[in-house]
Design a protein around this ligand. Structure first.
Ligand code: GDP
Ligand code: IMO
Ligand code: MG
Length: 457
């Protein structure tokens, strides 16, 4: 059977941790989209693992697969595998021959395009994700299967690299270096291909998973990013370039939609919102310069204080840059949209401990959208255009706050151990979505979770 883990919001909801929690019964963990733009955390006692490409089941020693819907930077993949091995783990990862390769020029172009886009920049991770998916759709990409076939690799490079060099120099006025040199790329990527072949990593993903499913194995699909970052269902153009929603699993891993539908689809929800990057955010508290549209440093007031509290409690600062992330109240229209597009059968709500200590906790229950003609409309889910979303004001509901308590004791005691007010808040979310709560995160560690339902049981 299968279990699919999908981010409900804007990424970083705690998907990696949930994969780890439910991973005990999984035989294979599969990433079906995205690449090293992801950062998934698994916390085990004093050990913290940050994974960007290796599926999060690796911490338990479960076989990981990078499906054809992923874009793969081999350098990141091997660095990550080496680091995990240095830390005493023994990760096994298989890579789809049909997955596309992130080349050095994709990263360079991602960076220069972001600068050129100004207001339309999504604040990407600059990992080359968008440019690689562009080349996939443009039928000029290089796939993992090409790395293990040197003649094909050279042919592909000879076609595409001069185009990229011209783009960099003629359009963006960037002096091309070895990143745009066919011989250099050929040698480097052929070597990656040899290592992939030596370690027996390249597979026909669809066949591999079909035979594992036929054998009765439990397969877990690990989404990256989140629904509001989905290229179709997110806040375009401030999105990533793939489909994190459950529909992405079938095409991104080569399984029938029935495999997904026969199993659970679990939406991972952070108890508030956090956002890395630009675009509107109706429930935002305060704001962050350079990310919040029309940010005004003098407007924050009490909201700014609340934002700082939540940001500090939740550790909402960029892992690389240390930059503050944007934070806001839970956005129910966003969650209704996520639950519907992926067909959630359960949700996991994380970071309930982070909100502890506030007098009141609010949620954006619905939106009031002002049309261009000045009329107002009440919306229960996200509108389809980002321009409309930018004209939505959240109608807030206020809940009683809950105290900071011994969260490990809560996790041990189960649902009844949660503070009353937290249970009221969680029950509201579950009722509004008409989806049961499968687990509640009350801390970053594997044990700091109230597990109500095990989807593999
Ligand atoms: P992902 O990208 O969805 O896998 O999430 P990230 O790993 O990027 O971000 C989630 C962060 O919150 C990580 O540092 C987790 O260890 C942490 N985290 C996850 N669940 C909880 C929770 O319930 N409480 C607290 N305090 N931290 C959590
Ligand atoms: P995980 O899997 C949070 C955001 C970027 C940017 C937009 C596009 O850890 O939840 P991209 O580099 O993908 O072209 O950037 O998407 N973004 C994420 N935000 N968590 C992620 O992944 C993200 N992956 C991409 O900040 O706004
Ligand atoms: Mg993350």
């Amino acid at each position: 059977m299968s279990v699919t883990i999908v981010g409900s919001q804007l990424g970083d909801e705690g998907k990696g941790g949930v994969v780890d929690i439910y991973g005990e019964e999984a035989d294979v963990v599969v990433r079906y989209q995205g690449g090293d733009n992801a950062g998934h955390t698994v916390v085990l006692g004093d050990e913290t693992y940050k994974l960007s490409l290796v599926p999060s089941g690796a911490i338990r020693g479960t076989v990981g697969v990078l499906g054809n819907g992923c874009v793969i930077n081999p350098e990141t993949l091997f660095d990550e595998l080496d680091t995990l091995r240095d830390r005493g783990l023994d990760p096994t990862v298989r890579v789809a021959a049909r997955a596309h390769v992130i080349m050095p020029y994709h990263r360079v172009i991602d960076g220069i395009e972001e600068e050129a886009k100004a207001d339309l920049a999504a604040g990407t991770t600059k990992r080359g994700i968008g440019p690689t998916y562009e080349d996939k759709a443009g039928r000029r990409g290089i796939r993992i299967g090409d790395l293990v076939d040197p003649d094909v690799l050279r042919d592909r490079l000879e076609y595409v690299v001069p185009q990229k060099r011209a783009l960099a120099s003629d359009v963006f006025d960037v002096e091309p270096d070895e990143t745009f040199n066919v011989d250099h790329l050929y040698e480097t990527y052929r070597a990656y291909g040899e290592r992939l072949a030596d370690e027996g990593m390249v597979v026909n993903c669809a066949d591999f998973l079909a035979s594992r499913l036929d054998d009765g194995d439990n397969v877990m699909f690990e989404g990256a990013q989140g629904t509001a970052l989905d290229i179709d269902y997110g806040v375009y153009p401030y999105v990533t370039s793939s489909n994190p929603t459950a529909g992405g699993v079938a095409v991104g891993a080569g399984v029938s939609p029935a495999v997904v539908a026969d199993g659970d689809v679990i939406g991972i929800v952070k108890a508030y919102l956090s956002r890395v990057g630009t675009g509107p955010l109706p429930t935002e508290l305060g704001g962050v310069e350079g990310q919040t549209p029309d940010y005004d440093a003098n407007e924050g007031g009490d909201d700014e204080e609340l934002a700082t509290y939540i940001r500090d409690e939740g550790g909402e600062y960029g892992t690389v840059t240390g930059r503050p992330r944007r934070v806001g109240w839970l956005d129910m229209p966003m969650l209704r949209h996520a639950a519907r597009t992926s067909g959630f059968t359960g949700i996991v709500v994380n970071h309930v401990d982070t909100l502890a200590g506030l007098d009141e906790v609010k949620v954006g229950h619905s939106y009031t959208m002002t049309t261009r003609d000045g009329e107002t409309r009440t919306l229960e889910t996200m509108p389809p255009t980002t321009e409309q979303w930018g004209r939505c004001e959240a109608t807030l509901r206020t809940f009683e706050g809950w105290p900071d308590v011994d969260w490990q004791a809560v996790a041990d005691a189960g649902w009844d151990g949660l503070p009353d007010a937290a249970r009221t808040y969680l029950t509201y979310v579950s009722d509004e979505l008409d989806v049961p709560i499968y687990a509640v995160g009350v801390g970053p560690g594997r044990e700091e979770t109230v597990v109500l339902t095990d989807p593999f049981a």
